[in-house]
Design a protein around this ligand. Structure first.
Ligand code: PLP
Length: 388
């Protein structure tokens, strides 16, 4: 057995180590190395040629695409993935290839901060952009925002606010009104949540974060069931050239084998850290979907199977948060999230997110949970002492 055979097991840990691998061949490597090629031998008629030019296709991407499709849609062998140079490459490919002048898109009020730049671009091209809150979908009349829309964009859990929205319910409501639904699945990873099984048309993500998990690769992808939709997004990739390098694609594929152990450990550590933070009087608004007291927990339990590595919370002010961050020894001050090493940052330093000055986004790595909790408690103690 080489490619994942579902008759043996469908468990996450088993699936990730074989996802996308070719059939076993004597004396060949299990995961073939990166193929560096700008062009391929291309004799005669080009009809049906799988590889012609390096901007259109590459065997290293193909293997990664098979793997990512197998993780996002394990029950659907027809699902297709398209990989990109970055998460933004994938997000813009969907929005810019599927929307034209006069069409309407509904974007979330809290979401990845570059969505705002993309929104301005879409408006410049004559696309109508509406905003919907990441929470509060239950309020009367809220679904009216979907009327006449071509696409609903969801990000759940949202970054950095960690609200969770009900993918199944919103996908049904959007489909009744003729809209496509795309879900940014970056934070959860396909082991934490499978948007396509919850009714979405597209799962879109940055592979830069927990999917690859080592903080050394930028990558993006989309997965969808509809072959025409996949072809149209793939054509966009070819046109704008938002392609991953073969080395990045290979590193990403290599990293998938540990996705189960990394995300399991990170989710456990994140819960331990979130619980420790909740016990501190100087810390407010601790958010983590796995925290039983979190507003989003009940919904998260229904649609997620692990709750990710991100914990957010608020310290009294900017200086307090800066003292806390600089006092940490096991948590580096850096942006991004999902890596094996814990990192944290004050999101307010970027501008753009609607968060208080003392708001901290913490990405919990795979370190020992007790060590992390001790480091965080010590740095909080020190930040408080120097406030007095
Ligand atoms: C990081 C991130 C992106 C953008 O991905 P890049 O790989 O940095 O381009 C998009 N969505 C979410 C939720 C992210 O966290």
């Amino acid at each position: 057995m080489s490619v994942h055979d579902r008759s043996v097991s469908d468990a996450d840990g088993t699936r990730v180590v074989r996802a996308g691998l070719p059939e076993e061949e004597p004396y060949a490597p299990p995961l073939p190395g990166p193929v560096f090629a700008a062009h391929y031998h291309l004799p005669g008629d080009i009809e049906g040629a799988p590889y012609a030019y390096g901007r259109d296709a590459n065997p290293t991407w193909s293997a990664l695409e098979r793997a990512v499709a197998a993780l996002e849609a394990p029950q659907d062998p027809a699902a297709e993935a398209v990989v990109f140079a970055s998460g933004m490459g994938a997000i813009s490919a969907v929005l810019l290839s599927q929307l034209g002048p006069g069409q309407t898109v509904v974007l979330p009020s809290d979401g990845y901060n570059l969505l705002a730049a993309l929104r301005a671009r879409l408006e410049g091209f004559g696309v109508q952009v509406r905003t919907a809150p990441t929470d509060g979908w239950d309020e009367p009349g809220r679904l009216d925002v979907l009327a006449g829309a071509r696409l609903l964009w969801l990000e759940t859990p949202s970054n950095p606010g960690l609200d969770v929205c009900d993918i199944r319910r919103l996908a049904d409501a959007a489909h009744e009104r003729g809209a496509l639904v795309a879900v940014d699945n970056t934070l959860a990873t396909p082991l934490g949540q499978r948007p396509l099984e919850l009714g979405a048309d597209l799962a879109v993500a940055s592979g830069t974060k927990a999917l690859t998990g080592h903080g050394d690769v930028l990558l993006g992808y989309i997965v969808c069931r509809d072959a025409e939709l996949a072809a149209s997004v793939r054509a966009w990739r070819k046109t704008v050239g938002a392609i991953p390098g073969p080395m990045e694609a290979w590193l990403a594929h290599r990293s998938l084998a540990t996705l189960d152990v990394r995300t399991r450990r990170q989710a456990g550590n994140a819960l331990a850290v979130a619980e420790a933070l909740t016990a501190r009087p100087e810390v407010s608004d601790v958010r983590h979907p796995g925290l039983p007291g979190d507003d989003a927990h009940a919904l998260a339990v229904r649609q997620m199977s692990r709750y990710g590595c991100v914990v957010s919370f608020t310290l009294p002010d900017k200086a307090y948060a800066e003292r806390f961050l600089s006092g940490l020894r096991l948590v580096g001050e850096a942006t991004s999230f999902g890596g094996v090493r814990s990192t944290a940052e004050r999101r307010g330093r970027w501008g753009g997110d609607a968060v208080p000055e003392g708001f901290v986004r913490l990405s919990v790595g795979v370190e020992d949970a007790a060590d992390l909790v001790a480091d965080i408690r010590r740095s909080l103690d020190e930040a408080r002492t120097s406030a007095q």
